[in-house]
Design a protein. Structure first.
Length: 103
């Protein structure tokens, strides 16, 4: 294996280790700040959204059909539908929009 590859793997490993271990070693007491607790509570949701949204828009042949399916899924989810119903509605809307001749 090349030296650059080994160095990259080592730096990546150290970075991951630092990100996971520093909070455990530096923050030994309970976090009492409401702002920090709220921030840390929403970090996983924001991260998932940031990773998923670009994939949604590039998953179809057309950005227009992807956006239409996304809007349909958001509206269904906001209406309290199940995950299965939301997924099916998004897929159906994408298929219908892509079937239109002008898209």
């Amino acid at each position: 294996m090349r030296a650059e590859t080994m160095l990259s793997i080592l730096v990546l490993g150290l970075t991951l280790y630092a990100v996971r271990m520093l909070p455990l070693t530096l923050l030994r007491h309970e976090i009492k700040s409401k702002w920090v607790r709220s921030f840390l509570y929403y970090v996983p949701y924001v991260t998932l959204t940031v990773m998923t949204f670009p994939a949604i828009l590039s998953a179809t042949d057309s950005t227009v059909s992807a956006a239409a399916g996304f809007v349909a899924a958001i509206l269904m989810a906001y209406g309290g539908r199940s995950l299965f119903q939301v997924a099916i509605a998004g897929c159906v809307v994408v298929a219908l929009v892509e079937a239109l001749p002008f898209i």
